[in-house]
Design a protein around this ligand. Structure first.
Ligand code: ATP
Ligand code: MG
Length: 717
């Protein structure tokens, strides 16, 4: 068979092992996924297995899509009957067929997290629970933990003991489950739990599904959790064969329950299984692979693997430290432009980052450079709900405009935030306000301001809201835009709402927006609020590029299993990556998981890996940034430092930062005249870095200024 010709000996052995359970353990890029797809093709073409007898479980929808494309590429139409999906989609399919077994209709409802929260909202109202004491997210976490451990509300209540708080949580859990049942609703956990229950308890159904699939494959098996594994085991009958592939060094979901023991102990559960180890990497060049191998060796809790590559190419890993966070994305964008000019397609470039909020700076730079991009598994920064909310508050603050149209535009803002946070304004009242505004040919805010709206608490809320907007309008010319935004979000209770709800990611996004505005203010000392809003509309109104060629942006978690010719790993700063919060909570084990995440990130690259970070002050971390240890752990021989300064130049200054010390003669000497060349010409790294140096000094000055004013206080947001 022709596609076998392209495999090495161990891979062929794995493909040929079709009468035994099989485990493939191997490092990144060693062809595990390729073995799965080739094995599927082999089964169909050589072993005459019906395509619909084959099941493959992938970790993400994107991975499922790619696997389907690969198999169809090898076999054509016939491959369409192979079942390739994530475990959640597979369970939905099973339930649409068999959920009647547990008395639910086939058209059951699937609840997303907004639906879940709205049930909690009702529960809190009925049970008079204050969201301040029990945030929705922590309550959902409690419910999920119980459900996936098969603790029902009655048991949860018994477990709660005499503690009132625990009792209340158990009561909410009971209410939640009751509501779900009433509406035949299933949350994401339920999809797995119901499938598991049916397979376990209903013998005939189990036998049917076991007969249905003779060959079951699971990719990314190192990230399977107990419940998923239980479902997989139930699908394996006496006459079916399980093939699992994974890399323990790429376990990145233990925080969500992934159990690396499952792949390690596979032989215990399937004693007659075979294990194949692959040791040749076909994805990356030597510097990339060797760098990644050296990095992961710093983890203590692992099994040593030896991976080699014969992929041609000896470009070192490029590392760039920008002097501030405005210059880092500009460097990334300019390198992307340079790649594009040299004939590289945008789609062969990916930018990966640790946390979603980091996409803001990147998106801005990419838009400025007119580089088309897409975000996978996430929402573009300026489309995120909290960013739209914050900008709506700002739009309301803009002084009255000559242009009536523009004034009416404020209606969109008011509708968006009038109940954000909750002020008790119902839909009916809003309708009346809108009608009155139309009648008076003005915007809805003016109506709220002029008329007494609502009764009781709602009325008081509205009055307080108007008073705040008016107060802030007075301040528009007094304080900077970032301060204004922080004030209005704080005093309106918006930030408190996010804090109560433990919306960490949303808070990070807001901090990032404030930090961005602070930069704007610094660069445009004369800039007015209107000008800022106009400028920002360039970013908010952008339509997604519809042509097929765009740079792919995503978190590292979303990049699992994928590969790209050119990979940028962005914002490799201590605290951001490794992520401080995770490490503080999870200690050494969490740090090792962060390192595995870095290993995943670096090994996505085929030809060229770019790493970047920046100095300066981080609003999100509330400290000065230093280069991530994950960069320092790469052997220098595989690394090329670009820019004017050696790696970690400031590390010691930064750690002992004492204000003026930074601006002393220790700071590197740069020629300021290069600074303005930066964007017009696609700079070599030296110029970019020099441009950054001056900005960094400003940055630090401004940071000291902010600190002095007490504007940024730790834990403020
Ligand atoms: P990850 O751990 O990141 O999921 P993986 O082990 O699944 O990686 P694949 O994605 O299957 O690795 O393969 C990596 C790359 O190497 C792919 O481009 C694949 O086509 C290629 N490849 C795999 N095996 C061979 C081979 N024997 N000859 C040539 N190319 C190969
Ligand atoms: Mg893979």
């Amino acid at each position: 068979m022709s596609f076998l010709e392209h495999l090495n000996k161990q891979q062929v052995e794995a493909v040929h092992t079709v009468d035994q359970h099989l485990r493939i353990i191997a490092g990144a890029g060693s062809g595990k996924t390729r073995v799965v797809t080739t094995r599927i093709a082999y089964l169909i073409e050589e072993m005459q297995v019906y395509p619909n007898k084959i099941l493959a479980i992938t970790f993400t929808n994107k991975a499922a899509k790619e696997m389907k494309e690969r198999v169809e590429g090898m076999l054509g139409e016939v491959a369409k009957a192979v079942q390739i999906s994530t475990i959640h989609s597979f369970c939905v399919r099973l339930l649409r067929e068999d959920i009647l077994e547990v008395g639910y209709p086939r058209n059951f409802t699937i609840l997303d997290s907004d639906d879940q929260k709205s049930i909690l909202r009702d529960a809190y109202k009925q049970m008079q629970i204050d969201v301040k004491s029990y945030s929705y997210n922590s309550m959902l976490g409690y419910i999920s933990a119980n459900k996936t451990n098969f603790v029902d509300p009655v048991m949860a209540k018994a477990n709660a003991g005499p503690w009132a708080g625990e009792q209340i949580k158990a009561d909410v859990y009971a209410y939640y489950e009751k509501r779900l049942k009433e509406m035949y609703g299933l949350d994401f956990d339920d999809l797995l739990i119901f499938a598991y229950r049916i397979l376990k308890d209903k013998e005939e159904v189990r036998a049917k599904w076991q007969r249905r699939f003779t060959y079951i494959h699971v990719d990314e098996f190192q990230d399977v959790d107990n419940l998923q594994y239980a479902i997989i085991r139930l699908l394996v009958g006496d006459h079916s064969y399980l093939c699992v592939v994974g890399d323990p060094d790429q376990t990145i979901y233990t925080w969500r329950g992934a159990q690396v023991d499952i792949i390690m102990n596979f032989e215990r559960d399937f004693p007659d299984s075979k294990t194949v180890i692959l040791n040749q990497n076909y994805r990356s060049t030597q510097p990339i692979l060797n760098g990644a191998n050296a990095l992961i060796r710093n983890n203590r809790n692992r099994i040593e693997k030896d991976l080699f590559t014969e992929v041609e190419g000896d470009n070192p890993i490029i590392h760039f430290t920008a002097m501030d966070d405005a210059n880092e994305p500009v460097w990334v964008a300019s390198r992307i432009m340079a790649l594009s000019h040299s004939g590289v397609c945008y789609r062969d470039i990916a930018v990966l980052y640790r946390s979603n909020y980091l996409s803001r700076g990147l998106e801005k730079a990419l838009l400025d450079f007119r580089i088309p991009y897409r975000i996978y598994g996430g929402i573009r920064f300026y489309d995120r709900a909290e960013i739209k909310d914050a900008l709506s508050y700002l739009r309301l603050l803009a002084p009255k405009q000559e242009d009536d149209e523009k004034e009416l535009y404020k209606n969109l803002s008011i509708k968006r935030i009038i109940n954000m946070p909750k002020r008790g304004i119902g839909a009916k009242t809003m309708e009346l306000i809108e009608q009155q505004a139309e009648h008076d040919n003005t915007n809805m805010y003016e109506i709220i301001k002029q008329y007494e709206i609502g009764k009781g608490k709602a009325k008081a809320n509205i009055q307080a809201f108007v008073a705040l907007i008016e107060e802030c309008r007075q301040l528009v010319d007094e304080i900077s835009i970032d301060q204004l935004l922080e004030k209005v979000l704080e005093d309106s209770g918006y930030l408190e709402m996010l804090r109560e709800d433990k919306e960490i990611e949303r808070l990070e996004n807001i901090k990032e927006l404030i930090s961005d505005i602070a930069d704007y203010v610094e660069n445009n000392p004369q800039g007015s609020l209107q000008e800022y809003l106009q400028e920002i509309s360039l970013y908010t109104d952008k339509e997604a590029d519809s042509s097929g060629d765009f740079v792919q942006l995503m978190t590292i978690h979303a990049a699992k299993g994928l590969e790209f010719d050119n990979v940028f790993v962005y914002s490799l700063c201590e605290g951001i990556f490794p992520n401080d919060k995770s490490v503080i909570e999870g200690g050494q084990a969490a740090l090792e998981e962060e390192r595995r995440l870095a290993y995943v990130a670096f090994t996505r690259a085929r030809k060229q890996l770019f790493l970047s970070d920046s100095y300066g002050y981080s609003y999100v971390l509330d400290k000065l940034k230093t280069t991530s240890r994950f960069v320092k752990e790469l052997p220098e021989e595989y690394l090329e430092e670009v820019g004017a300064k050696p790696r970690n130049h400031f590390a010691s200054d930064v750690d002992t930062f004492t204000g003026n010390a930074f601006l002393s003669s220790q700071a590197p000497q740069f020629h300021e005249e290069h600074q303005d060349d930066m964007i017009q010409t696609f700079p070599n790294d030296e110029e970019t870095s020099m441009g950054g140096a001056k900005a960094s000094q400003n940055d630090r000055k401004s940071e000291m200024k902010h600190k002095k004013k007490g504007r940024i206080r730790k834990g403020d947001l």
